[in-house]
Design a protein around this ligand. Sequence first.
Ligand SMILES: [Zn+2]
Ligand SMILES: [Zn+2]
Length: 202
Amino acid sequence: MLFLFPQLKCRSLYFGANWCPPSRAFTAQLVDIYNEILNNTNEDFEIIFISTDRGHEEFMQSFSSMPWLAIPYEDETRQDLCRVFEIKGIPALILIGPDGTISREGRTMASLYGAKAFPFTASRAEELEAAVKKEGDGLPDQVKDPKHEHPLQLDMAKAYVCDSCKKPGRFWAFSCDICDYDLHPTSIEYTQRESLFEVLAS
Ligand SMILES: [Zn+2]
Ligand SMILES: [Zn+2]
């Protein structure tokens, strides 16, 4: 598949379709990630959309929200690529590195880490996992925050919304299971004597 834009260092193939709600949701997420990668890095990066839409009109609906390239709907290369990469479900994001290494973890990595996942390689996944673990190692198991009546436990959450700053969070949170209350580790106020003590003691 290296004939596709061989001048680019990092190429990705995005298999998706407008009829598939998770695919539509992932497209929106991927647009943000794509723009962030292009704005923040000097790296060559391109996404090529391989549609599994059911017709040309659906394909146009899918493609209208995408700032990247696409294999034309009429081009049979689409089916060939689905076969070659053994695509069993969509959305799927396949990354082809500069040396031809193929990573199938694009969708998972993009969902978990956003633009930080670039260039979506196995070694980048290891780096990010290690960074998350290190962050957790530096946090106490439990804190008391003046904003909430109960003690908050350190928790690993795939996605949450912080009840203080109302912004989304992922990975580490301080949570109260009784109240379904979550705070970013950075939204904790270590102002009370006892909470400070707990932080120091843990
Ligand atoms: Zn917050
Ligand atoms: Zn509570």
